[in-house]
Design a protein around this ligand. Sequence first.
Ligand SMILES: *[C@@H]1O[C@H](CO)[C@@H](O)[C@H](O)[C@H]1NC(C)=O
Ligand SMILES: *[C@@H]1O[C@H](CO)[C@@H](O)[C@H](O)[C@H]1NC(C)=O
Ligand SMILES: *[C@@H]1O[C@H](CO)[C@@H](O)[C@H](O)[C@H]1NC(C)=O
Ligand SMILES: *[C@@H]1O[C@H](CO)[C@@H](O)[C@H](O)[C@H]1NC(C)=O
Ligand SMILES: *[C@@H]1O[C@H](CO)[C@@H](O)[C@H](O)[C@H]1NC(C)=O
Length: 763
Amino acid sequence: MMFGKILLFLVLVTTTAIGAAMAKNTYIIHIDKTKMASNLFRQGDSMQTYQAVIDSINKISLQEDDQEQQAELLYAYETAISGFAAKLSTKQLESLKKVDGFLSATPGKMLQLHTTNSQQFLGLQNGKGLLSASNSASDVIIGFLDTGISPEHVSFKDTGMPAVPSRWKGVCEEGTKFSKSNCNKKLIGARFFFKGYEANYGRINETNEFKSARDNGGHGTHTASTAAGSLVANASFSGLAKGIARGTSYTSRIAAYKVCWRHGCSNLDMLAAIDKALQDGVDVLSLSLGPGPLPFYSDALAIASFYAIKSGVFVSISAGNEGPFSSSVSSTAPWMMTVAASYTDRTFPAVIKLGNGKVVEGVSFYSGDALTKPVPVAYLESTGIPESIFCLGTLNESLVKGKIVVCHGDNEINPYLKSENVKKAKGVGMILVNPKFYGDELTANPHILPTAGVGYTAGKYITRYASTAKKPTASIIFKGTVYGRTAPVIAAFSSRGPNSVDPDVIKPDVTAPGVNILAAWPPTTSPTERQADSRSVLFNIVSGTSMSCPHVSGLAALLKSVHRDWSPAAIKSALMTTAYTLNNKKSPISDVASSNLAGPFAYGSGHVDPERAVDPGLIYDIATQDYLNYLCSLNYTSSDIGLFTDGAFTCPQNIAFRAGDLNYPSFAFNFKGVVQNGSLEYKRTVTNVGIPTSSYAVQVEVPEGVSVIVKPKILSFNKLGQKLSYKVTVVGKSKTSSHSSFGSLTWVSGKFRVRSPIAVTWQ
Ligand SMILES: *[C@@H]1O[C@H](CO)[C@@H](O)[C@H](O)[C@H]1NC(C)=O
Ligand SMILES: *[C@@H]1O[C@H](CO)[C@@H](O)[C@H](O)[C@H]1NC(C)=O
Ligand SMILES: *[C@@H]1O[C@H](CO)[C@@H](O)[C@H](O)[C@H]1NC(C)=O
Ligand SMILES: *[C@@H]1O[C@H](CO)[C@@H](O)[C@H](O)[C@H]1NC(C)=O
Ligand SMILES: *[C@@H]1O[C@H](CO)[C@@H](O)[C@H](O)[C@H]1NC(C)=O
């Protein structure tokens, strides 16, 4: 079942899940200003120009029907598309379509948020390599579209930071409990956007929500500190995950753009936020949210991101938490960095000992010793109330009191409701069992009573024991923080490829830490974001592709500080071609959902490796025109492509573009409809950024069912910046039993290994 359309990618989100909500009568209107009638056009003032358009529409609709509500201008967009957002009736939209310069109307949509030691896990060491003093002196600005920020948080202190760069044009907008003095040299900008949200949900209730950039939910504070939080000694969540908290690029500046409110995030507001962020001067955009898979022309984030990368701004976005189902990955535009989520080597074990002697390992954020003695176990199957085994609804106190209750998890109900129900019925602990599709996933949540999460297999055993034993009992020992686990492992919730929008590009692109991540949290928001929870914490442990995305945003900022002249595509290439696919035990990375090996549809090119990415040897660069040609290859109409170019665009007639020819750092060969022994040929061009005189030889790991020919097999460079091209031909020999097979193509020269995954699909 799908949630609303743009999701903040926080796994097991604590806010209520809202059904797919189409914002009634709000639209993003794309306008070609050069075609507008002169009586409407106001030189240099978009707001007045679009107001004139709206006024003219209102005049018409008044003549036709005086009951009609007035059309209302919500935003004028300048940088991320040219156009505006408005509240319109269907009739008013029809009149608008007749206005000269009208290009298209995209309906307003509501999206949802998708939801520490991770820095060491990335191989970043203080004072060394990318975090050496010279590199740290940089001034990269990361913009976050999220739930806002908790400005007083110790992670956003600006001690020792140099003055705000003079190129910065952003502001610190005042609002509820937010004043200009809340910004400093770390948090250099804060804005909030709500017109699209209010057009859908009515006025924001200011008694329970800050109408300002101040964070209510905690998600925005967590993501911003993950990417760029300052160093904080002694950070922990009630003693767990203790250590120095720091953002990936802890010297970077933060600009918070609040677009997500209680019930979600409006695409109108997000477009307005990116529009402002580009004018303000951000270098990196971090988007821990996204729509489901959408064609690029109807995805406001994909469109706005295209304007961002055109002006050199790197865009990192979460892949989504709709895994492990295939083709679930969202935000698949090739100009965005789409980030999957994986485990680090850190875990929080809870050892469950059942009355029959069986020992099962789970995971928990509980750090006390409350359940070390065996207590009775309840599994509410016999009550005849189906929701009781999920611990939903009112639980029977006489069955629960003093017991550990076994509850089934699910993917959309608030998990904290379960522990609250158990607590209300005077239970003393909870064992939370994964649904089957999450397999042996072990993400923990900060429940209000001692809770151990267990995988599906262990859960099956425990429920059988609890329903068949005469007097089932269990004890739980909470082991605190343990390091050195096999990692990375792909999280079950992380959204998967293949890319359903365009199978010729592998998505996601990379994976990064996204499970059990410790980062800053507003002390005014409880760790479960629930009223029944009175705890106040400075750091919280959360999981989701929402958490992996800011790690990559921070890495992009670090690379940008070292390579000022690299394009967003070059930074992306460097992160992708140096990513690794073996875990810390030197075995291929596995997938927790299936316990099988993970592949490019789970992790793209692999796990990011920052210290290698800084010196990748070769890069696959992509220019704006290449992306436009790519859109032509998808057979988009010229008005669809016009969305990306601010005006009419005609695809070159005499050239047949193929999507697979985009100079992407990975390869997806789709043999659907290709005859047996048919072949697909892709061209690539690499730029030398390593050693001036160097020679690269190709190594191919051939996917099952095909043969691969690379021409030439050697690339010899004699200067930096030199570009050389090669061709890859893949011949489909025989269809394999599975729908896809994987391999890789690597250019090798000395220490450089420039690796691209190859994914072959037959469907
Ligand atoms: C606003 O929220 C408060 C506190 O939750 C509630 O009592 C009040 O009824 C709400 N007001 C509206 C207009 O919904
Ligand atoms: C860290 O916390 C411990 C107690 O948990 C305290 O004794 C110590 O002084 C703290 N260190 C710093 C640097 O704050
Ligand atoms: C609660 O469980 C007890 C014991 O099985 C049973 O007698 C009672 O009817 C139950 N109460 C409700 C409200 O179902
Ligand atoms: C685009 O159209 C061409 C010519 O009709 C066709 O060969 C190609 O498969 C189409 N591509 C896509 C992505 O639909
Ligand atoms: C495909 O090629 C193989 C040899 O490479 C040949 O044996 C087979 O008959 C060919 N199949 C078709 C359908 O052409």
